[in-house]
Design a protein around this ligand. Structure first.
Ligand code: 13P
Length: 255
């Protein structure tokens, strides 16, 4: 996978979360794999860690890149149940989602822990997708920019300019995840432009223009086109709709 983001090549990524067993995943791969042509975008898939290796072996094309849904903030040691970034890299995995709101909510991941996870990923040459986004009560108070700014500052902005360009950001407003209620294109564009402006202020405009910012939250075939048409939306991180091969392919075509 190319780490050159200079043209901000678009991305469609499937986050399966804790869904699909190996037979269902193989069926998905059998349908999606052969349908992928050179779509002029990167296509990523994030299955549960336990089956990534088998799926990589099964997949015969070169369009899909496989990634993990999380990794430990520790290097190695007595952390039962955890998987390290080094272990992921050692089996050929190139990508990892970090800071997903579900991990923040259910496993108490803080901005500081997520920063340490990002460090692990970067050190082991995994490309992270760093997720940020506000809950409904914050949106209702119109404080989403301050909220996301704090997430960026506390987890991301300690990285060097060289490291930051290999990090993908996903803006996922929590109120839109799994609810069927997506952000409007105007809301998405406003937040993506804000995130890019924050990167420009911290690093440089040149770096900000290279970083890919994905939208996530109830993205589906019926709204993907208008969301992806926004100037600062560089693709999508898709949950529910990615489980259905036809819907996922339709979202790729929407690019
Ligand atoms: P949904 O597409 O199901 O809303 O999930 C989005 C998401 O959390 C992707 O990481």
């Amino acid at each position: 996978m190319s780490k050159q983001n200079l043209s901000r090549r678009k991305i469609v990524a499937a986050n399966w979360k804790m869904n699909l067993d190996i037979d269902e995943a193989a069926e998905w791969l059998g349908e999606v794999g052969p349908a992928l042509k050179d779509d002029d975008c990167d296509v990523f898939v994030f299955p549960s860690s336990v089956m990534i290796g088998d799926l990589m072996d099964m997949y015969e094309g070169d369009m899909l890149v496989f990634g993990a849904q999380n990794c430990s903030h520790k290097d190695s040691g007595a952390y039962t149940g955890e998987v390290s970034a080094k272990q992921l890299a050692s089996v050929g995995i190139e990508l990892v989602i970090l800071g997903h709101s579900e991990c923040r909510e259910h496993f108490g991941e803080t901005n500081e822990i997520i920063k340490q996870k990002l460090q692990q990923a970067v050190q082991n040459e995994l490309m992270p997708i760093f997720c940020c986004g506000e809950p409904l009560e914050v949106r209702n108070k119109n404080e989403q920019k301050n909220y996301v700014k704090q997430q960026l500052e506390e987890s991301l902005f300690g990285f060097s300019a060289a490291a930051i360009t290999d990090i993908i950001i996903a803006y996922e407003p929590i109120w839109a995840i799994g609810t069927g209620l997506n952000a409007t294109p105007e809301q998405a564009q406003e937040m993506h432009a804000f995130i890019r402006a924050e990167i420009a202020a911290k690093y440089s405009n040149e770096i900000a223009q290279q970083i890919r910012i994905l939208y996530g939250g109830s993205c589906k075939p019926t709204n993907a086109k208008e969301l992806f048409a926004c100037a600062d939306v560089d693709g999508g991180l898709i949950g529910g709709a990615s489980l259905n091969p036809k819907d996922f392919l339709a979202i790729i075509r929407a690019l």
